[in-house]
Design a protein around this ligand. Structure first.
Ligand SMILES: [Zn+2]
Length: 344
């Protein structure tokens, strides 16, 4: 059934998805900060204050928007592929006392459900998929093809909190960076999920392709905040790169990393920076030469255009707005640097 699509809906209903992710993650990052830094015991209240600072009219608007979004879950919109499934939320038992309260917060606030609603309103999928934040036993985030589930681990959020702490200016900045990097990781896993569920082709390494998707979604559709989130994603890989450089790993241990299906952490760091620069060369010119080498930078606008166009082409048949919003963001915003750069 074809229905008129809400013009506010777009590729991953980005603004609402971001807001819901932001609130969800801010809540639990705040909890980590409280656990590890008692003097900031009102940190998560600060986040909730900002989220609750809407006046009554705005709250009503949000409520109406949420109803609109829910209503789109089973609608076909302009997607040409059938919408036969939905993203749903599953909670798991948590044993580590550090994560118990966070798990309870998720259940009470229904924030994961709101994220699922946003994705359901945006994209048509042929089967049901589960989203869960859970205790995994190690810092990780992954798409599990057996259980058809996107799994985000509390341990990863805890690790990111510790990784970012030395470089954060203050607790607010720490929260923003962790939320940004976790959002990047979530959309990366959503990318793996979509490649599997929609049987999308990926001629390069899938890990690189879904880093591209995450960067594209954040940059193209989430404004300044999305740009900051993408930067946090890049910095999280830069921190891992730095750790490896200082780790004294043997050649054999490094070989395992070179052989891995993921690009090396340092490559992921430079890739994401390249796409951020390519998206808006004028705004991000300061990245060139420090740290992004100029030799790479000249190609980045082309790289960004190609990855954005490729992902939009792949996903368009499944997008309930027919890809209208995303298609406006497949070109760099400023500058023509590198448009005629030969491909080596
Ligand atoms: Zn991956």
């Amino acid at each position: 059934m074809k229905v008129s699509s809400n013009p506010r809906r777009c590729f991953f209903a980005a603004s609402n998805l971001r807001r819901n992710l932001f609130l969800t993650l801010a809540l639990i990052v705040g909890s980590f900060s409280i656990a590890s830094c008692k003097r900031n015991s009102n940190l998560d209240i600060g986040f909730m204050d900002s989220s609750n600072s809407n006046n009554t009219n705005q709250s009503n608007t949000t409520q109406n928007e949420n109803m609109d979004v829910k209503g789109m879950a089973d609608k076909q919109g302009q997607a040409t592929q059938p919408d036969k499934g939905n993203f749903t939320v599953q909670y798991s038992d948590v044993r580590n006392p550090k994560y118990v309260q966070m798990n309870e917060n998720f259940k009470k606030q229904h924030l994961l459900e709101n994220i699922a609603d946003e994705i359901n309103a945006t994209i048509a999928i042929p089967e049901n998929v589960t989203i869960t934040f859970r205790e995994c036993g190690q810092p990780n985030a992954f798409w599990d093809p057996k259980t058809r589930s996107i799994n985000m681990c509390y341990e990863l959020m805890e690790q990111m909190t510790e990784d970012f702490r030395p470089v954060a200016k203050n607790e607010q900045d720490l929260n923003d960076k962790v939320v940004g990097a976790m959002t990047f990781a979530f959309i990366h896993e959503l990318g793996h999920c979509l490649i599997d569920v929609l049987h999308l082709p990926s001629t390069g390494r899938e890990e690189d392709a879904v880093d591209q998707l995450s960067t594209f979604v954040l940059l193209a559709l989430n404004g300044e905040e999305g740009e900051r989130m993408a930067l946090s994603g890049a910095i999280s890989w830069g921190i891992q790169y730095d750790k490896i450089a200082k780790s004294g790993k043997t050649a054999g241990e490094l070989n395992m990393l070179w052989a891995d299906e993921h690009s090396m952490d340092g490559q992921r760091f430079y890739n994401i920076l390249c796409w951020i620069f390519g998206h808006n060369p004028e705004k991000y010119m300061a990245l060139v030469n420090s740290p992004l080498p100029e030799q790479r930078a000249v190609r980045c606008p082309q790289e960004y255009t190609k990855l954005a166009t490729a992902w939009l082409t792949l996903l368009k048949p499944y997008l309930k707005d027919g890809g209208a919003k995303a298609s406006a963001h497949t070109q760099p915003m400023t500058g023509n640097m590198g448009n005629n750069t030969p491909t080596k």
